[in-house]
Design a protein around this ligand. Sequence first.
Ligand SMILES: Nc1ncnc2[nH]cnc12
Ligand SMILES: [Zn+2]
Length: 329
Amino acid sequence: MPLPKAELHLHIEGTLEPELAFELAARNGVALPYADTDELRKAYQFEDLQSFLNLYYELMAVLRTERDFEDLANAYLARAAAQGVRHAEIFFDPQAHLARGVGMGTVVDGLWRALGGSEAEHGISTRLILCFLRDESAESALETLEAAKPYLDRITGVGLDSAEVGHPPVKFREVYEAAAALGLRRVAHAGEEGPPEYITEALDVLGVERVDHGLRCMEDPALVERLVRERIPLTLCPLSNVRLRTVDVLADHPLPAMLDAGLLCTVNSDDPAYFGGYAGDNFDAVGAALGLGEERLRELARNSFVASFLEDDEERRARYLAEVDAYTF
Ligand SMILES: Nc1ncnc2[nH]cnc12
Ligand SMILES: [Zn+2]
């Protein structure tokens, strides 16, 4: 049995495996510019975040109906369950779908067909986090939040993703204020490729409770001290960092130094279909490459539940933490 864990940084569109992409393409009559799954897999060589995002957005063309989103989420949940994920807080990118004529209702209702039955079907509790694309305008983000209003009973929070550099958090001040007023939790990608100042801005201007990636905080000791003091969780994605070349090789990943500094780090998969592994694979990879022992891995699993948005169900959080504490490797 794998170590129980929560996954807090997972883009559902980034779980689209080549086989499912071709299946959905056939079902929807969408032509993909790749002969087969082997040729598509060969395109998974990324120089940086943007080169990945180009493919990520291109492949979304196959997602058209509620059933497509349901199938996508069910495929992820089945894989996650097999790797010990007990709770998943799942990002989705509605603007990338709205731009293709796929409505908010199709996306949320489709995802919910899987998420609503996830506990019974996969043994995983879930939350849904709507992400704004930071390379789109602030007005577009506000329109997206407006379009999400009929679905807020199923949406726990908002996030910020896509191309980071040149799109500082401050651009989204207004939409984050509106989200907070609606009672939504707030997270944002910051310090993945962007500078440590974006992390500070995400905290101060957007009021985020958790930072996605946050890797580049290590360049600013005062910021590290603040993140430790305020117990701000970081959702790290080690295999993603290597594939997108923010870290040269896994053995150089700063995770051990970050834990030693007292940061509340979690380990997640980001876009597992593209980066070579799901949540458990990321745990295994950092364990092996960084020589993390059982107690470090247990700490990471504990952190994932501590950092999760389970404030509305503390009993469940306590149950998950007890599972981690009782786990024998
Ligand atoms: N790693 C990542 N960074 C920013 N935006 C993303 N969208 C999907 N994956 C992402
Ligand atoms: Zn991400």
